[in-house]
Design a protein around this ligand. Structure first.
Ligand SMILES: Nc1ncnc2c1ncn2[C@@H]1O[C@H](COP(=O)(O)OP(=O)(O)O)[C@@H](O)[C@H]1O
Ligand SMILES: [Mg+2]
Length: 346
């Protein structure tokens, strides 16, 4: 999908945007492989939207460089615009028009003939579960329907790169799942997706690689597994039948797991950190090997639990504070209208 030699859809180095005293984006380096979903994960105010706007040529960087499919966002802005599409915090659809009218109008603006525009509109409305709402004004759509029509509008012409800026913020779980399915379908068509999100589970579900950003800086980057592994993987918690065997169990675990073993206040309990291979599989394998060794030595384990690190823990480890979770502050209106309506009209 990329005509840049690097195979990267997006490449930035030292990207900066300053608003007065605020360094909204403070030296961001990104390398987004073409054909994937790339997650930009960060709390409110982290600089996600500002980054997306610069990449979409809507905002001029104050420093650094950014290329989209090899085209410089400043010097070759037109070439960039021809390849990208954007949805999220910018409304492209008209509230007073129906779903069909919006998509046909936008299709005509993109140069489709009337018949082709109608056909594409119907196809997208169907694919996005909006057929029954096709003739309703968008202002009567629920929050979930509104996100879907926004995304439909942005992929009328299949873009090479789609920016989805917090596409599910404030949505209920069912609507969020519908948007996730759409994202998966879009990327299956070959489109690269840059997805910003405040939801750790969303990045985990959709993205192949994730950049965690905080205060305008990338504080971690990698595959989900790499991020989890960098935080120190998981931990296995054991409770023994017999407290007297604990010193022996401690030595055995330290040897088998090649890790520090911690003696818990509870005299029969121990905890050992385990490494992972990135998908968390390594931790489970190591833990079961350790259990087998304990059994072979005649040490009875009453209970054990394997804790895998979540992306929440990743954020905590990286920033020394928990990942802030989104409230409905920004999207209260949509969330309020959501209740119950989706079932009836979609
Ligand atoms: N047009 C603007 N003028 C002044 N400050 C802005 C503007 N846009 C964003 N900011 C500030 O830049 C920082 C990053 O904002 P933003 O990119 O919107 O973050 P996010 O999308 O991650 O929530 C915030 O502190 C925000 O208040
Ligand atoms: Mg934003």
């Amino acid at each position: 999908m990329s005509d840049s030699a690097s195979g990267l859809a997006i490449e930035t180095s030292g990207l900066v945007k300053v608003f007065g005293e605020t360094r909204a984006v403070d030296g961001v380096d990104l390398a987004v492989p073409a054909g994937t979903v790339y997650g930009v994960l960060g709390p409110n105010g982290a600089g996600k939207t500002t980054t997306v706007k610069m990449l979409a040529t809507l905002l001029r960087p104050d420093g650094g460089e950014a290329r989209v499919f090899g085209h410089d966002v400043l010097r070759e802005a037109d070439a960039v615009r021809g390849r990208v599409s954007l949805t999220g915090q910018y409304a492209s659809v008209d509230e007073d028009l129906t779903g069909t009218e919006n998509l046909v109008l936008l299709g005509r603006l993109l140069g489709h003939r009337k018949h082709a525009a109608r056909e594409r509109a119907a196809q997208l409305l169907d694919a996005f579960g909006l057929s029954e709402a096709a003739d309703k004004q968008v202002k009567n759509y629920s929050g979930g329907m509104r996100r879907r029509i926004d995304i439909a509008a942005s992929i009328l012409n299949t873009p090479d790169l789609l920016f989805l800026d917090e596409p599910t913020t404030g949505l209920d779980p069912r609507s969020r799942n519908q948007v996730w399915d759409i994202v998966r379908a879009v990327v299956a068509q070959g489109t690269t997706v840059l997805l910003t999100t405040q939801y750790l589970d969303e990045a985990d579900q959709l993205a192949s690689r994730i950049a965690v950003i905080d205060k305008g800086r990338v504080i971690a980057e990698g595959t989900k597994g790499e991020l989890k592994a960098s935080v120190g993987a998981g931990a296995v918690h054991l409770r023994l039948r017999d407290a007297a065997r604990r010193p022996e169990a401690e030595r055995l675990l330290a040897r088998v797991l090649d890790a520090q073993v911690q003696l818990d206040p509870d005299p029969v309990a121990l905890t050992a950190r385990v490494g992972t291979d990135g998908d968390g599989r390594g931790a489970a394998e190591q833990a079961s090997r350790a259990l087998a060794e304990l059994a072979r030595s005649g040490i009875t384990v009453d209970t054990f639990a394997l804790g895998q690190p979540s992306l929440d823990e990743v954020f905590l480890a990286l920033t020394d504070r928990p990942a802030p979770h989104t409230t409905d502050k920004e999207t209260g209106r949509e969330t309020g209208r959501e209740t119950g309506k989706e079932e009836v009209s979609a």
